[in-house]
Design a protein around this ligand. Structure first.
Ligand SMILES: [Zn+2]
Length: 285
């Protein structure tokens, strides 16, 4: 679906569930794609390009917000068809170029369904880099770690568009990040970008207008809520192990406990590590 003048959103469903991930297309002078979705969505993505007068061959840049399986599922296939440059932060390169390594180090149940092939990263980017999309328009790269060490966001100024990947936790959803303060700092970094008119996150439906900054505030407030739940449950029963504490916290947050996984335990442990501090939003950094 076209959302702004140049940006199209692709809502990619996870087979057999109600879950989804967003990938985006930027139809600038050249075609860029932000994340590639999952392998089973190949026909859906390619049909969309053709339906909108493009072709998979036209993609010049595949911009990876990070390396997780639901963001790189079609990267190898698209690179092969189009000869595009796969662009990512250096800290994500390994897991994109070696999916077996990623699976060994971060085994998620759906990984093998979502991604079947490693993709070469052609261009490594860092905070402050720009990428020309033709016609004099540049994408800006912002390093926004927390969800993963090399998570990056991209800003496309002509549409006031921010592509944030998984960097902004969705209030009420499963919180997934490995460092509380690094994540907070990244959200604040994005809040400081002026002139944003559209937020294209992988977790949310596209968000337009003033709500863009509101969603970032809601993410910060949600992190504080998670933090309070962790502190409370930890104080109630200090002997709980990570898994048990996670189950208690998810229950307190109204999230089904069957969504607990080692990855969420990492988030909860990260909050526990910061538990001397009652109000995490008070950090000035
Ligand atoms: Zn992710």
């Amino acid at each position: 679906m076209q959302v702004t003048e140049h940006v199209h959103a692709l809502k990619v469903p996870f087979p057999g569930t109600t879950r989804f991930v967003y990938a985006y297309l930027i139809y600038a002078a050249q075609v860029a794609m932000v994340d590639s979705g999952i392998a089973p969505a190949k026909e859906m993505v390619f049909d969309y390009l053709r339906k909108t007068g493009r072709d998979p061959k036209n993609i010049r840049f595949l911009l990876q917000t990070h390396s997780h399986g639901d963001h790189i599922g079609l990267s190898a296939a698209i690179r092969k068809i189009s000869g595009c440059q796969v662009v990512a932060h250096g800290a994500e390169k390994d897991w994109i170029e070696d999916i077996n390594k990623q699976y060994r180090e971060r085994p998620t149940p759906t990984f093998r369904t979502f991604v079947q092939e490693s993709a070469k990263v052609d261009r490594v980017v860092k905070d402050g880099d720009t990428l020309g999309l033709g016609g004099g328009e540049n994408l800006q790269v912002i390093h926004t770690p927390g969800h993963s060490p090399g998570s990056v966001s991209f800003v496309y100024p002509p549409d006031g568009a921010l592509f944030s990947g998984d960097a902004i936790p969705a209030a009420g959803a499963l919180p997934i990040y490995s460092d509380v303060f690094v994540t907070l700092r990244s959200i604040r970094k994005l809040k400081a970008v002026r002139g944003l008119k559209a937020l294209f996150s992988s977790w949310h439906d596209p968000i337009l207008g003033e709500k863009v900054y509101l969603v970032m505030d809601q993410a910060l407030a949600y992190m504080q809520r998670v933090h309070e739940a962790v502190r409370q449950k930890d104080a109630d029963e200090p002997s709980l192990d990570g898994k048990e504490l996670t189950l208690r916290v998810l229950k307190a947050l109204g999230i089904p406990e069957n969504m607990a996984s080692p990855i969420v335990v990492t988030t909860i442990e990260a909050h526990r590590k910061a538990s001397q501090q009652a109000d995490i939003l008070k950090t000035t950094d």
